[in-house]
Write a protein that binds this ligand. Structure first.
Ligand code: NAP
Length: 287
């Protein structure tokens, strides 16, 4: 009798989903590690996430990444959460174990791994940060910085009430600073992170004078389209240590791949070049 072999399959669920670079990242690892599996895009309409989540763990679907607008619905659909996902109340990675749907949020690990790889030792001796933004990504960044022992994290956001709410979740270390005080905050920190959408292609620029930062400060932008934002360029021009956002995207994919396919992949220069070329090609197309 012939037995049908079911290859493991994962994917990314969102709406819209055509822009996602996750299939290129996971496809690269499947190929280079010689794993017979697949990674697809799943277009899931708002309101239909619960129905979709029930498919996970069946017919070879080992798990999915979750992107906008479903990170909250994914959190709600889970039977169990990792400690990070429970703290962030948002899930970007799902899998099923012993019949239960599990959810993790790998943005924290992605942010930290990118910082560690780009500026080794960045968090030892640094204890004061300024974070721009108070959305989902900023929540992950603040959690990450708190986990590395930062003692003062100033959250600066266009909508001050959201900064106040986020600071309230990390009240031991975080404070909300009004948008108008951003320049005045800069000399107080040794790390500046842009976790807002400002500076992204199609969004207004992030106008900021990084000169006001202390010498030796680190400037990190999690925006990766364009690959080098104007904030990163001005930090480089002024001799500050800068961190680009693409590495976070690559590193956040590592734990998800390992969970689904059982091998820990690496973020290599070849993978980075592949994704950079993909982003540049999309940019050309837009022009
Ligand atoms: P989000 O939840 O929608 O939050 C967007 C943030 O940007 C909010 O704080 C918002 O302020 C602020 N913002 C938007 N337009 C603004 C404007 N015109 N002026 C001032 N502030 C503005 O989005 P998110 O998920 O946190 O993502 C934020 C950025 O991070 C995106 O560019 C995303 O691509 C990037 N990201 C990168 C990675 C990576 O792996 N590198 C991972 C996740 C996210 P208000 O509260 O006032 O609206």
């Amino acid at each position: 009798m012939l037995t049908q072999v079911v290859f493991p399959k994962a994917g990314v669920a969102g709406w819209p989903i055509a822009h996602s670079r996750s299939p290129v990242i996971h496809g690269f690892w499947l190929k280079t590690l010689g794993i017979a599996g697949a990674y697809e895009r799943f277009e899931v309409r708002p309101g239909e996430f619960d129905k979709f989540a029930r498919l996970i763990g069946h017919d070879g679907l080992v798990g999915v990444n979750v992107t906008a607008p479903h990170k909250g619905s994914a959190f709600a659909a889970c039977d169990r959460h990792t400690a990070v996902a429970a703290a962030l109340k948002a899930v970007n990675t799902l899998w099923r174990k012993d019949g239960l749907l599990w959810g993790d949020n790998t943005d924290v690990e992605g942010f930290l791994a990118n910082m560690d790889a780009t500026v080794p030792g960045w968090s030892s001796g640094s204890d004061s940060a300024i974070v721009i933004g108070a959305g989902g990504a900023a929540r992950a960044v603040v959690y990450a910085l708190a986990s590395r022992g930062f003692r003062r994290i100033a959250i600066v956001n266009r909508t001050h009430a959201k900064a106040v709410a986020l600071a309230g979740e990390f009240s031991d270390v975080a404070v909300a600073a009004p948008w108008e005080t951003l320049s005045a905050e800069l000399p107080r920190g040794n790390l500046l992170v842009n976790a807002s959408s400002l500076g992204m292609i199609g969004q207004p620029p992030l106008e900021i004078e990084v000169d006001a930062l202390r010498r030796g400060s680190v400037v990190s932008d999690i925006v990766y389209v364009p690959l080098r934002t104007s904030m990163v360029k001005s930090a480089r021009a002024r001799g500050l240590q800068e961190v680009e956002g693409l590495g976070m995207l690559l590193h956040q994919a590592v734990p998800a791949f390992e969970r689904w396919f059982g091998r820990r992949p690496e973020v290599t220069p070849a993978l980075r070049s592949l994704i950079e070329a993909d982003i540049l090609a999309a940019d050309e197309e837009r022009r």
